[in-house]
Design a protein around this ligand. Structure first.
Ligand SMILES: C[S@@+](CC[C@H](N)C(=O)[O-])C[C@H]1O[C@@H](n2cnc3c(N)ncnc32)[C@H](O)[C@@H]1O
Length: 252
């Protein structure tokens, strides 16, 4: 059974006690390790701050919402979608779809095996358990309910999409785009203006919101070009700004 190290990651416990994964290999020759998936101040707290609110808002406003997640990573965003849905008294069938993209095959496989309670390396299993524990802290939602919810949307490994690539055609139009790619240093094309413009043009519903931890000129230009209002928000722990784009979206 593979541990994190076998697939090129190491586990890192962030400031709020929740786990993240760091790439062992760096694209920067001056650094001995690669990028972490989350802010060192708190993976769960950052996910809640950047993605929790737009997810809750979409659930309040759209009857059968479609979610797009780039990328799956440890599944924080998917677990937050499940938590917020359950808090809003929506069951898995009330969500039209959750399309999650992830380029690392083992991250797709591990996530599904964990949902299915299949055997995993103990380090890997305990990481997902800890992620869920932090996502659910204080919510009153049970881990079993979140797993059952997610199994409806992710019954098998094939239900998680592979990598987004430059020429990819979007398969659907989403109401809520949760854009959580690695930075442009690690994943350059995912932040190129032409790519983002096309993803938005093909992949967003008329009424839609995009949320991301990043605040890049290319993203803001692509959002404006596609008719989104750009809202620059405070970033997690004041370190950097984050961005939301909203189009034809009723105010709460
Ligand atoms: C910042 S992490 C995402 C963290 C994740 N949302 C979570 O909740 O744990 C970025 C993820 O994007 C994945 N990724 C990198 N390139 C990708 C691509 N071209 N398409 C889809 N996913 C990609 C990485 O493997 C990594 O898991």
């Amino acid at each position: 059974m593979k541990a994190w190290q076998d697939i090129g990651f190491e586990i890192e416990i962030t400031g709020d006690g929740s786990p993240s994964l760091r790439l062992l290999a760096s694209v920067d020759p001056l650094k001995d390790k690669g990028e972490s998936m989350h802010h060192s101040g708190g993976a769960a707290a950052e996910t809640n701050l950047i993605y929790g609110e737009p997810i809750a808002e979409i659930l309040a406003k759209i009857t059968k919402p479609k979610f797009l997640v780039v990328g799956l990573g440890l599944g924080y965003i998917e677990m937050v979608i499940a938590r917020e849905s359950l808090l809003a008294k929506r069951n898995a069938e009330d969500i039209a779809s959750i399309a999650s993209y992830e380029s690392v095959p083992e991250l797709r496989e591990f996530f599904i095996s964990w949902l299915q309670n299949q055997e995993l390396h103990p380090e890997v299993k305990s990481t997902y358990d800890l992620v869920l524990e932090h996502v659910l802290k204080g919510s009153g939602v049970s881990a079993a309910d979140v797993k059952s919810f997610l199994l409806v949307h992710f019954p098998e490994v094939r239900a998680v999409h592979g990598a987004l690539y430059p020429e990819i055609a979007m398969e659907d139009q989403y109401h809520c785009i949760l854009y959580d790619a690695f930075s442009s240093k690690t994943s350059p094309f995912l932040w190129e203006e032409d790519f983002l413009r096309r993803i938005l043009k093909e992949g967003s519903a008329e009424s839609s919101v995009l949320a991301t931890y990043a605040c890049k000129g290319s993203l803001k230009r692509a959002l404006k070009d596609q008719g989104f209002e750009v809202i620059v928000r405070e970033g997690f722990q004041g370190k950097r700004n984050s961005t939301q784009g909203r189009r034809q979206f009723p105010k709460m």
